[in-house]
Design a protein around this ligand. Structure first.
Ligand code: GP9
Ligand code: MN
Length: 687
């Protein structure tokens, strides 16, 4: 019995189709093992696990299936060749991933000089013996053929069947994409993270998508010319706002904290649930007499969400109408970002975030922006209980970040990106001590609870800053990156705002996020000035005494007398102190009344629209054409990405050296002793 069964299987493998399936199966099994052992794709839940198992199949059928169009021996050796080429691609990705926690992209391969510089030196150290496992199946197959355990089937293979297999592979690919997109909508349009694309679609699909993107990108790039800058410079010259002498340079030389309040909306400020303030500490900070607060400040993000906010905040360039500029252009383009500007003025620059470094392509983009350090999740000790959703819980994150902050030579520029107040607003019981709202909308109701947690986390961090003296010698900037409750939740939003119903005007105003700047001695107050994320960089730079005479920044200083109060939304809608425009409807901003514009109003509105559209498209042109490579403002040095690495061991090494060279950190000033005993947190996980 056994032996007939065995020989039947063997007989099957002795056919062309049988051998083909054997190759495909081995290839898929090996790919899956590599997914699990060589990459950290973070597949969570049944659907993602399932897709991880099946995602190599369609591409394997398609690529290896090419061999089926050829006859005899050639067909077999072609299968081996294709398998080999595929395996080299996997191998190269394993090695690259080890160093950069990302996958190879066409852009990187094209500029392979760069890769060699980064990789070449220690290639032998980077390759692990087990990496060669990717070639094991090919070796086995070749041996089976050579020793005639499996015989070559010389009978012609029907073209029809070959076509059928190719067709099937394409159908499977589409089906797989459908499933992936239902689990993660916007997978390819919003392009979050290359890890996501591999996890959901597979390495080949990632390569194809990446090649397409790179092609698109390089086409616009190669068409762009230095003279394209002319119209942009002209526009900016006409739209610059002079610094306000009352504020210019007032905070020169101070440390800067940029605290990114995830998904935090302005309406939360002073908001109460059951008579209790959601964010008492942020409210106090907001009202502090040394805090400049803005209550007509809007987020301006599109699909790139957090990454759009980061792009605006640190470059004063808009995010793109589609996808994420950080993902598509962050690694390739030239930038003149806040970290680079401050680095060139003696600042230490560091970003902190409790998610993996690859998300939003931060690990690559931050190099282009000139960040010296990126303390991502790799830098923090972790336990499963320390994480929720995308990554570290805010209280633990802030505490662990402080441990690195105390080591940064001063002055420093530190950006901390929080995470817990992120959709779907998950938090365990032990951290929840605030009542949820009662709109009945399950995604909306816990929002105030994670916001409350964020408030507590911020308070703990602020306390530490006070105890170490950092509070006094730092500018502390707080901002909400974008909405937490999307427009799909109208009935719940209406209840939250204590309104019967809400219209487009209300939704536009609902896009307000907090923006605050605190510094000891700063003349604060709550300002009604209209503005948005695009305006942060010029405002901050002026406070630090850095003039923006010739920089490419689309925002204007919120404190300037000439500040431009026309706030552009990414879709071309806008808010100004007078008008709020949503689609084709115009409202008076003050009253919320919808108007049918008269002749003068029409003209004013058309003017604003023209301004908004021009500004957005000029900003896009800078990014699409990589125009900053043609233009370096006076006093600025082009960033060299090769100067930076965020690998843990190297990062720690650099930090140590920096401290020896410039013993100006908090820790150094504390005679080299840690200040962490001053950090008090009630995070239950740490008890
Ligand atoms: C992930 C985090 C979330 O690292 O920044 O990004 P978002 O979903 O808010 O754009
Ligand atoms: Mn966000």
């Amino acid at each position: 019995m056994m032996s007939t069964k065995k020989s039947r299987i063997l007989n099957f493998f002795n056919t062309r189709l049988g051998f083909f399936f054997l190759v495909v199966i081995l290839f898929c099994v090996k790919t899956y093992i590599i997914y699990q052992t060589k990459f950290t794709l973070g597949a969570k839940g049944g659907m993602q696990q399932f897709l991880l198992v099946v995602n190599p199949i369609p591409a394997a059928l398609l690529t290896l299936g090419i061999a089926l169009y050829f006859s005899g021996r050639l067909s077999y050796w072609l299968m081996m060749l294709i398998d080999f080429l595929e395996s080299i691609w996997i191998f190269a990705n394993i090695v690259y991933y080890r160093e950069f926690s990302d996958f190879l992209s066409m852009g990187i391969i094209k500029g392979s000089g760069k890769v060699q510089n980064n990789l070449g030196k220690s290639l032998m150290e980077i390759i692990h013996f087990t990496d060669f496992f990717v070639f094991l199946d090919i070796l086995i197959l070749i041996l089976l053929l050579v020793f005639k355990v499996i015989r070559i089937d010389a009978k012609p293979f029907k073209k029809r069947y070959a076509l059928l297999i190719s067709g099937l592979s394409l159908i499977l690919m589409v089906g797989e994409y459908g499933l992936a997109n239902s689990d993660r909508s916007g997978l390819l349009t919003r392009t979050f993270d290359n890890n996501y694309i591999v996890k959901y679609l597979g390495l080949n699909e990632y390569a194809a998508f990446n090649a397409y993107q790179t092609h698109k990108e390089s086409a616009t790039r190669s068409h762009a010319k230095a003279s394209d800058m002319d119209s942009i410079l002209k526009y900016l010259k006409n739209n610059r706002a002079a610094a306000n002498p009352e504020y210019f340079g007032k905070e020169k030389g101070k440390n800067v904290f940029i605290i990114h309040l995830e998904s935090f909306q302005q309406f939360l400020i002073n908001y109460k649930v059951d008579g209790k303030e959601v964010t008492p500490h942020l409210n106090a900070f907001y009202k502090n007499k040394h805090t400049l607060s803005f209550d007509n400040f809007y987020h301006q993000v599109a699909q790139g969400k957090t990454s759009d906010a980061e792009m605006m905040l640190e470059n004063s360039l808009y995010g793109l109408p589609q996808g994420s500029a950080m993902v598509t252009y962050g690694g390739q383009n030239t930038f003149q970002a806040a970290p680079a500007i401050l680095d060139q003025r003696g600042y230490t620059t560091a970003a902190f975030h409790g998610d993996v470094p690859s998300f939003w392509n931060r690990d690559s983009t931050y190099k282009s922006w000139g960040y010296q350090y990126f303390f991502s999740s790799q830098y923090y000790k972790t336990k499963p209980s320390y994480n929720v959703g995308y990554g570290m819980k805010d209280k633990i994150f802030f505490r662990d970040a402080a441990n690195y902050i105390q080591q940064l030579p001063q002055p420093f520029y530190a950006k901390l990106i929080t995470l817990t107040n992120h959709y779907p607003y998950l938090l365990d019981k032990q951290n929840t001590d605030f009542p949820a709202t009662k709109t009945g909308d399950k995604t909306v109701d816990p929002y105030v609870q994670t916001a409350h947690y964020l408030d507590q986390a911020f308070a703990e961090f602020l306390n530490y800053l006070k105890k170490t003296g950092l509070y006094k010698n730092s500018v502390i900037v707080l901002y909400g990156d974008h909405y937490g409750i999307s427009n799909n939740h109208r009935p719940a939003i209406a209840q939250l705002l204590h309104k019967k119903s809400i219209n487009s005007y209300d939704l536009a105003q609902f896009q307000k996020v907090p923006f605050m700047i605190h510094a000891a001695g700063l003349k604060g107050g709550i300002r009604q000035t209209y503005g948005g994320e695009i305006d942060v960089l010029p405002t901050l730079l002026h406070l630090l005494g850095i003039k923006d005479n010739n920089t490419i920044q689309f925002g204007t200083d919120l404190l300037s007398k000439q500040h431009d109060q026309r706030v552009a939304f990414r879709d071309g809608d806008f808010v100004t102190p007078k008008y709020t425009k949503v689609g084709s409807t115009v409202y008076l901003t003050r009253s919320g009344k919808e108007i049918t514009p008269n002749a003068t109003q029409k003209k004013q509105i058309a003017n604003i629209q023209n301004h908004v559209t021009t500004e957005l498209s000029l900003s896009d042109r800078v990014i699409y054409g990589d125009l900053l490579r043609f233009y370096t403002p006076k006093g600025f040095q082009k960033v060299n990405r090769k100067d930076f690495t965020y690998q843990y061991a190297k990062g720690m090494d650099n930090l140590k050296k920096a401290q020896e060279e410039h013993p100006t950190s908090i820790e150094a000033k504390n005679n080299g002793k840690s200040t962490m005993d001053l950090y008090k947190t009630d995070a239950p996980e740490l008890k």
